[in-house]
Each structure stands twice: as structure tokens, then as C-alpha cells.
Design a binder for this molecule. Structure first.
Ligand SMILES: *Cc1c(COP(=O)(O)O)cnc(C)c1O
Length: 227
């Protein structure tokens, strides 16, 4: 076993997620997206074998390379920034979590139209307005949601955020609550916005309390990453 104790960790996390959902009272189901970046193909394989078919990568090139070596029907999520000239890779993923600009949305829309099926995306929002992070300002969401509503090549299925590193509980709740509100704005504009991708190894329980439908877990599953 390349990741000893993985089954046990997944069992504990699953229990913690169920407890958090009960405390939060939003009634949602939560999917674990196993974040396998920096690991070899053994990580997505181990996740799949342990009952986690949803795997996430933050770099498209790394993800595509790994996919070719993983011969199980894992569901690949792209959770990090994508350059506009790489949008064609999106047909290899079940969901793109990091729509962070209008220009990228335009490029994805064109590709979806060309493909003949809309590309599923989450709008990345940046409630803490961190310079170092991508994503829409919360105030921009309504305008962008209206603009995207007419596009045939892109399907906005919800919102995503990366909370500020070191944020305390009240800031985390404010951040996750703002993202939940984003989904309401998206839905009002006509998008099928039901997914909330928020919460990582250090803050997933709070995220679930605040309504997360997907938590992106890396180090808590596979150990600390090198570099
Ligand atoms: C790496 C990464 C994660 C997982 O982080 P952990 O703290 O290891 O759980 C989640 N989301 C994104 C966007 C990431 O890049």
C-alpha cells in the first residue's frame, strides 16, 4: 500500500463531514475531491480504489500526463487556473473549478460551442480580495452572471473559493458564506448553480457547515507534499 492508512483516514473524514453537515443544517451532500497534485499516478489510483472516484489537479499539463497512466474511470476535476490557449483540454475533465476572468469565460464558451456541448465550470470568487489569488470580486458576480447567462458553450454549475491561509474561524465563515451567497446570485441569473467547491485539508469541516458540496482534500489524504 503506497499510502498506508488511506482507508482509515477517508473513513474518519467521511464521518467528520457527516457531523459537520448535521451541525450546519444546509442539508447538502458533500463529495470529496482527492487532490493528487505533485503525486504520481499511484495517488489517483489509490483514491479510486479507496472509493474516491473524484480526483483534482491544479495544473492541466500535470493532470493530462497522469490521466494517461491511470486506467480506471476516475472523474477528473481541474481545480487551478487555466490559460486561455489551453481551454481545449477541458473536455477531459468533469468540472473546471477555477473560472476566474471574463476573457477565459469567452474562450471556454467558444470551445463549448465548437464541441457541441457546454463546458461545466464553477465561478471562482475571492471574497477576501487577496491580490495573490485569482477569482471574481463578490461585487462583480451579478454582472458577470448576467453576461454568462446567454452563452451556449458554458454552464455555470456553482462557485468555488480558496480561503485565505491563516484565516480564523469567523473569517472562514464569512468567506464561505459569501460564496454560498454567490450561488444564489448565479441561480437568480438562470444558472444551474448548485455546487459549492470550498474547503481544503485545514478548513473542510467549517466549509461543510457552511454548505460545501465539494471539498478539495490533498495533504490530509496523501500526506504533506514535497516542495
Ligand atoms: C492543493 C489544492 C488543494 C488541496 O490542498 P490541501 O491543503 O493539501 O488539502 C485544494 N484546492 C486547490 C485549488 C489546490 O490547489
Amino acid at each position: 500500500m503506497l499510502f498506508p492508512g488511506l482507508d482509515r483516514r477517508i473513513a474518519e473524514i467521511t464521518e467528520r463531514i457527516a457531523d459537520a453537515a448535521k451541525r450546519g443544517g444546509h442539508g447538502q451532500a458533500t463529495t470529496i475531491v482527492a487532490v493528487t497534485k505533485t503525486h504520481g499516478p499511484d495517488a489517483p489510483l489509490a483514491a479510486f480504489d479507496a472509493g474516491l472516484p473524484d480526483v483534482g489537479e491544479n495544473k492541466v499539463q500535470e493532470a493530462l500526463g497522469k490521466m494517461d497512466d491511470v486506467q480506471v474511470p476516475a472523474r477528473w476535476h481541474l481545480i487551478g487556473h487555466l490559460q486561455r490557449n489551453k481551454v481545449k483540454s477541458l473536455d477531459r475533465f468533469v468540472l473546471f473549478h477555477a473560472l476566474d476572468s471574463s476573457r477565459l469565460a469567452d474562450a471556454i464558451d467558444r470551445f463549448g460551442i465548437q464541441l457541441g456541448k457546454p463546458i461545466g465550470v464553477l465561478m471562482q470568487v475571492n471574497p477576501a480580495r487577496e491580490e495573490t489569488k485569482g477569482g471574481f470580486d463578490v461585487k462583480e458576480v451579478a454582472g458577470e452572471a448576467d453576461r454568462l447567462a446567454s452563452m451556449k458553450g458554458i454552464l455555470v454549475r456553482g462557485a468555488m473559493t480558496i480561503a485565505r491561509n491563516g484565516a480564523d474561524e469567523s473569517e472562514l465563515r464569512a468567506t464561505f458564506g459569501a460564496v454560498r451567497e454567490t450561488n444564489r446570485v448565479l441561480a437568480d441569473a438562470g444558472h444551474p448553480a448548485t455546487e459549492l467547491s470550498m474547503g481544503m485539508s485545514s478548513d473542510y469541516e467549517l466549509a461543510v457547515e457552511e454548505g460545501a458540496t465539494m471539498v478539495r482534500l490533498g495533504s490530509i489524504l496523501f500526506g504533506e507534499r514535497g516542495k
